[in-house]
Write a protein that binds this ligand. Structure first.
Ligand code: NAP
Length: 278
């Protein structure tokens, strides 16, 4: 279908560009990933990240702690990586097992190595439009919109979902591109009033088929960030079959935002390397 935004293809283009830059600059950036516990989905995500890093010429270091480890030992490991000049990016795979203080752990990461863009300085600098590392999924959404030449200036963009990881950083990135942004969440009343006005609709909820065709206008651009498991299949938050008939552009799940997230992680590792080596 010609109105489908091919995130796989777009991510390949982005990854090729990154690999070329790494080769041309003759650098070997390094990403360190920490996993606590053995969450199966996290392991799959980490395998994908490892492969993408190694394909691009980024060194990948992986530490897997059992969920019985103390929080202080995880903090100690992060501090060691902060002080290691050969490590440019540090990523703690989320979610952490119950009982770990996510905020404390994430905010131990040196902000210039925080390739997930979740530490306080990066969050603040994003709002203030200073240089910073931005969370990979919102960055991936913006890259996809750019690659498909979707103009944002003055457009009504509705985001559904206000998480720190996706919805909130997207507000800032969209405002920087002069969009008019509305954001809905679980306490919003009549979401349809907002989604129906949207020229561009971005959905990041984690609720299969939440958005139906009566909730969007003709020619809308739809970005479906949601990933939901249904049996053996993965589906998004948007009723793809019915909305793809109305939309001018729409992302599939899988093969939409997911691959862009991984590509943008590589982008952030290279950016972190550059910030540290100026
Ligand atoms: P999250 O932290 O659970 O946040 C979900 C958001 O959706 C919250 O703001 C919540 O509102 C809102 N919400 C829940 N039910 C709603 C409803 N019925 N109507 C409107 N809003 C509702 O999730 P997340 O981390 O942002 O992830 C969202 C989805 O994106 C998940 O499916 C996740 O797997 C997927 N994801 C995909 C990628 C990727 O690379 N493709 C990356 C990250 C996440 P409240 O704030 O009021 O609770």
């Amino acid at each position: 279908m010609c109105n489908v935004m091919d995130g796989k293809e777009a991510s390949m283009i982005l990854k090729k560009r990154i690999k070329k830059k790494i080769n041309q600059d003759g650098i070997t950036p390094c990403l360190a990933v920490i996993l606590v516990g053995d969450n199966e989905a996290s392991k799959v995500y980490i395998r994908n990240k490892k492969k993408a890093c190694e394909d691009a010429g980024i060194k990948f270091i992986f530490t897997n702690f059992p969920d019985t480890i103390s929080e202080d030992l995880v903090i100690e490991e992060i501090k060691k990586l902060n002080n290691d000049k050969d490590v440019n990016g540090i990523l703690v795979q989320l979610p952490l097992p119950k009982g770990f203080d996510e905020g404390r752990i994430i905010n131990t990461i040196d902000p210039v190595k925080d390739v997930d863009g979740l530490t306080y300085p990066n969050v603040g600098n994003l709002v203030l439009e200073n240089e910073c590392l931005v969370p990979c999924t919102p960055l991936g959404v913006m890259e996809l919109l750019k690659m498909y030449n979707v103009s944002l200036k003055g457009k009504n963009v509705c985001i559904v979902g206000r998480s720190n990881l996706v919805g909130k950083p997207l507000i800032q990135l969209l405002l920087q591109r002069d969009a008019t942004v509305s954001i809905c969440h679980s306490k919003s009343i009549n979401i349809k009033d907002y989604t129906k006005m949207a020229d561009i609709l971005i959905v990041a909820v984690g609720h299969p088929n939440l958005i139906t065709k009566d909730m969007v206008k003709d020619k809308v651009v739809v970005i479906d960030v949601g990933i939901n498991k249904e049996g053996n299949a993965l589906i998004g938050d948007v009723c793809f079959d019915e909305i793809s008939k109305k939309a001018s552009l729409i992302t599939p799940v899988p093969g939409g935002v997911g691959p862009m997230t991984v590509a943008c992680l590589l982008k952030n590792v290279v950016k972190a390397y550059e910030i540290q080596n100026r």
